[in-house]
Design a protein around this ligand. Sequence first.
Ligand code: AKB
Length: 319
Amino acid sequence: MNSKVLIIGACGQIGSELTQRLRQLYGADAVIASDIRQCNDELMDSGVFEILDATDFQGIKSCVEKYNVKTVYLMAALLSATGEKFPEKAWDLNMNSLFHVLNLAKDGIIDKVFWPSSIAVFGPTTPQTYTPQHTTMEPTTVYGITKQVGERWCEYYHNKYGVDVRSIRYPGIISWKTMPGGGTTDYAVEIYHKAIKNGRYECFLSKDTELPMMFMEDAIDATVNIMQAESKNIKIRSSYNLAAISFTPSQIAKSITFHIPDFKMSYTPDFRQAIADSWPKSIDASKAREDWGWNHRYNLETMTDEMIRQLKMKYQENI
Ligand code: AKB
């Protein structure tokens, strides 16, 4: 049986689009999608799907053996805002799922692992602009702590056991197919939906809160590129800084008014403001560029054009 790819957390914002891209690249039969719940019809109908709990080692191992899986993308995680509400659950899910997958690689059952880290590994003592790859990291969220610790474990498993694990520090990801869930950067997706449906949006961050962001197409390209790169080119085995664009809520609102002139934005910061304030405003991704040729394609304007175009069609279809 040919070797296969397994995506754990395939119903999430990134997992769902990654699954479809990998199915296009490697063939529908070669990519096993899994999640703790059923996904949308498009994903469920496009290839094999398994219900899988990312904290269940035996469940993951059985699925890997059943399909002769050699590469695992571990996309299941509790994000920053939800993690603050359920700290123990965030620790349990984010850490144990990683150990399970790293241990399968250590035991030679799988060959390759992708694990997403995040800009949440940084904290208030980190330089906020053009944040370097190697710098002070004192995360203040449970999610950030799990990602920081996870990075150390990835590097440890690579150095000690030769595990081929690859990772990138995703910024906020903006997409139109699947909603994000439980993150601090989610406002930058919600805003487009509300702009089209209601013509207004109440933002939970203040107007000048600048954060690193990226359009989904670029995030998927980065994920595929780092996984396809030759192993010798992956010189960082904790996680790579990744960057595309940075903007504030008022700047994204302005880009929307170009398409929807009457769009109105108001600001009512909540607990997520403190999380956003602890994160960088922009990121230095030069190591990813040097080592595996990272480059982004979308800026704020081209991303807004695409979001508005796609969401208008999507809402039109549902009328
Ligand atoms: C979040 O806001 O928690 C995530 C992230 C930046 O990792 N989108």
